[in-house]
Design a protein around this ligand. Structure first.
Ligand SMILES: Cc1cc2nc3c(=O)[nH]c(=O)nc-3n(C[C@H](O)[C@H](O)[C@H](O)COP(=O)(O)OP(=O)(O)OC[C@H]3O[C@@H](n4cnc5c(N)ncnc54)[C@H](O)[C@@H]3O)c2cc1C
Ligand code: FES
Length: 353
């Protein structure tokens, strides 16, 4: 066991040799900014002031060489080799996180699954014990092979025992293969809740943008917003290829009735003007956001799904005046991601002050 001290807060916790520092901090109820937990997004980058870590599990591309030499480490990929002192970098303009439930493990029994599109499957499970989480957070499944895969919860926190996931099937995917083998009554193991995607209570209007399975955390957030009678204007841009690839349309229609000022804008990259649904737009979400939002400075933004989309929309909104600290992105990195261009391209712009 090693002792970790965080500066400047002075918080302390112990970490075992097989546990990464981020997970140990979360298990100890310490709230930190992070994202993927697989060394891809760089959100958990902080500075080692004293001690030794093994961080060879992280992508060498996730931290620029000069920052690495300066002591930058990714907490999700760093293992303590001695007692440590770590400087927690408070990102400029980012509000402190509210209390979050520490993650814990659950046994899940599969209730069923259904194909929603050729690529998207809805998986429903029942937990042995209810889970407390914030709308927008995710669970991590641990498979028999030891592989871990993250999936955002679609349901709101009011349903803490029955969980719903929206899973994209990918060719030769480990979890996609699991979907072929499981059925009602099968057991899965998961740990939750994880992630810092949740609706900030700022009173500012919201732009939510998701594509494909990226609808999962956003639907949880929107449903919870309706349950909590959140009263801010919300625009939800949802990208898919064709009308047949849009999912959860009944739930979104219901939200249009329940939320006072909610606009659902489906964006179809292969849509033609005569096949567009109501409020639908031809083209990608980036185009619709670019056309609709002349000044983004008043909004908070929530971007979910493919990292490339999150980065493109994030850059667009920043160019339209939205500070980076108010752009909350849940990038669905693959756990196997290691492409240097992809990883470095998506690195957030957190420099040490
Ligand atoms: C915080 C977080 C939340 C996430 N939430 C969701 C969610 O709600 N729904 C969801 O479907 N996914 C989500 N993901 C992604 C998910 O964790 C898996 O990475 C993804 O489903 C692929 O897993 P797999 O085991 O099927 O494929 P893997 O075994 O991981 O990959 C097999 C091959 O497919 C490639 N690949 C992986 N993902 C994709 C992709 N999207 N498109 C094309 N090729 C790909 C890999 O590079 C690899 O070559 C999330 C990821 C993160 C980090
Ligand atoms: S949370 Fe550590 S790199 Fe994404």
């Amino acid at each position: 066991m090693a002792r970790v001290t965080l500066e400047p807060t002075g918080e302390q916790f112990s970490v075992g040799e097989d546990e990464d520092i981020l997970t140990a901090a979360l298990h100890n109820g310490i709230n930190l900014q992070y994202g993927c937990r697989h060394g891809n997004c760089s959100s958990c980058k902080h500075w080692l002031l004293d001690g030794d870590v093994d961080d060879s599990a992280g992508s060498v591309y996730a931290i620029p060489r000069n920052e690495r030499e300066d002591g930058a480490i990714l907490l999700c990929c760093a293992f303590a080799k001695s007692d440590l002192v770590i400087e927690i970098h408070q990102h400029e303009g980012v509000e402190a996180l509210p209390p979050m439930t520490p993650p814990s493990t659950r046994r899940a029994t599969v209730l069923g699954q259904r194909s929603m599109t050729p690529n998207l499957v809805e998986l429903r499970v029942e937990l042995d014990e209810p889970l407390s989480f914030r709308a927008g957070q995710y669970a991590e499944f641990t498979l028999d092979t030891g592989d871990r895969r993250s999936y955002s919860l679609v349901n709101p926190p009011s349903s803490g025992r029955e969980l719903t996931f929206c899973v994209k099937r990918v060719q030769n995917g480990v979890f996609s293969g699991v979907l072929d083998r499981i059925g009602p009554g099968s057991h899965l193991h998961l740990e939750a809740p994880f992630g810092t995607m949740f609706l900030r209570e700022t009173g500012r209007p919201v732009i939510a943008v998701g594509i494909g399975s990226g609808i999962a955390p956003l639907l949880s957030i929107l449903t919870d917003a309706a349950d909590q009678q959140v009263d801010v204007p919300i625009r939800f841009y949802y990208g898919a290829r064709t009308t047949g690839d849009l999912v959860y349309l009944d739930e979104l229609a219901e939200l249009t009735r329940r939320l006072r000022d909610f606009q659902f804008i489906p964006c179809l990259s292969q849509g033609s003007p005569d096949t567009l649904p109501r409020n639908g737009r031809a083209g990608r979400v980036t185009r619709a956001v670019a056309e609709d939002i002349p000044d983004a400075s008043l909004y908070d933004a929530y971007l979910c799904g493919a990292p490339e989309m999150c980065d493109a929309v994030g850059r667009l909104l920043e160019a339209k005046g939205l500070p980076e600290a108010r752009i909350h992105a849940d990038k669905f990195y693959s756990a196997t991601e290691s492409d240097p261009v992809q990883v470095s391209e998506h690195r957030p712009n957190w420099a040490r002050r």
